[in-house]
Design a binder for this molecule. Sequence first.
Ligand code: ADP
Ligand code: 5GP
Length: 232
Amino acid sequence: MTLVYIISAPSGSGKSTLVNELRKFVSNLDFSISYTTRAPRGSEQNGREYYFISRPEFDQMVRRDEFFEHAEVFGHCYGTAKRFLTEAESGNHDLVLDIDVQGAAQIKQKLPQAVSIFILPPDRGTLEWRLRSRGLDTDAVIDRRLATAKREIENYDKYDYILVNDRLDQSVDALKAIVLAERSRRSGATPSAQDSRNLHLAEGCRLEEMRQEVRRILRSFEEGSSGTASGF
Ligand code: ADP
Ligand code: 5GP
């Protein structure tokens, strides 16, 4: 049975970086490419990061019931096509969805067994530093992303796992561990030594284990830009 992993994160938390690493290490994992009405940014290519379509084309896909979920984010439409799920199912692969909090809620309603992972920055200062050093956004856009991040993080308790992306190598290990631990749990087979290590690492990222840490991160957003900004 296909396992669906939902990954959400405030912009700049490191989701693309972590998902790219996950792709390298885990086999039989498909990645849904969303449809969006926003314009391509930087080196983005149609059919690689997204399918870039017009609003009338998007509306037509909605009318034809081609989306598994869709939502408006930052004034643009985004949607996950149903065909990615059917293709993953027929190839006996698992599927990763990189979607926002609203999309995650829609998927959880339709597919309660989907596994949801929320990636967070260690604090507001670090998020601001990463957004600035990525060099993709203007100051005004960065301010808006920081304000939106706080509202997104407030929805943290809808997710099964919380991953605080502090040290990149540790975050990659934790993300791999969550994906592989869920696979091994659903397979019902006796866990190998490696499976047991993954299960242990994944348990540490469970929502219940992470509540206090997320409250600390949320406080750093309430206190404004006083958080410590760490780099690589
Ligand atoms: P997102 O996809 O969540 O918007 P990115 O993956 O583009 O975020 O990461 C934002 C910036 O932070 C990038 O410049 C990336 O290289 C950097 N980054 C990601 N993870 C880490 C980390 N653990 N430590 C330091 N910098 C990171
Ligand atoms: P960006 O435009 O910065 O790539 O993405 C903006 C937000 O839209 C991110 O939070 C991303 O996860 C979300 N997103 C991307 N694709 C989809 C999708 O198909 N559905 C939903 N609901 N959100 C999406």
